[in-house]
Ligand binder design. Structure first.
Ligand SMILES: Nc1nc2nc(S)n(CCO)c2c(=O)[nH]1
Length: 158
């Protein structure tokens, strides 16, 4: 089995409902076992700031799926819940980002693990440090808790 952390985000109403539906679809998958859920955090948009606030959280799962097979499942859930990629970094009904997959590094056209921007995102590190404070981010060799402590205060708002 593989231990994986998935970041969830949504900023189109009904936000909580989209999170619950995404979690339920992961829960129903035979090859996925959800082992931890973070709290849900209301966060200010980062990057493209002219959009609504997000709800963000992180899940810990165990899965027999390969990284790309898990990506297919995540993208299938996004499509099922109406994710439209109109504006890059724009509003979305639901986002499922694979953050960490064991302690592996991977870079393909479709998928980079660890997620390339997770180390600079309070909206990822805060929920991740809540459920896995000692999770190591391979390229840095440091824990989620350490990286969160190193974030600028402005990024720590989530
Ligand atoms: N707070 C916050 N800002 C964001 N900007 C982008 S893009 N996203 C989508 C990340 O995949 C987010 C997000 O999930 N939360």
């Amino acid at each position: 089995m593989n231990q994986v952390y998935i970041g969830l985000g949504t900023n189109i109403e009904p936000r909580e409902s989209y999170l619950k539906k995404a979690i339920h679809q992961l829960f129903q998958h035979d090859a996925i076992n959800i082992t931890k859920q973070s709290s849900i955090y209301e966060t200010e948009p980062v990057g493209f700031t002219e959009q609504s606030h997000f709800l963000n959280m992180v899940l810990e799962i165990n899965t027999s799926l390969t990284p790309l097979a898990l990506l297919d499942v995540c993208q299938g859930i996004e499509s099922h819940l109406g994710r439209e990629r109109v504006i890059r970094f724009g509003p979305r009904t639901i986002d499922l980002d694979i953050l960490l997959y064991n302690n592996e590094n991977m870079k393909t056209e479709r998928l980079t693990i660890p997620h390339p921007r997770m180390h600079e995102r309070g909206f990822v590190l805060i929920p991740l440090a809540e459920i896995a404070p000692n999770a190591i981010l391979p390229p840095f060799g440091t824990t989620s808790k350490e990286l969160l402590n190193e974030l600028p205060e402005a990024e720590k708002k989530g």
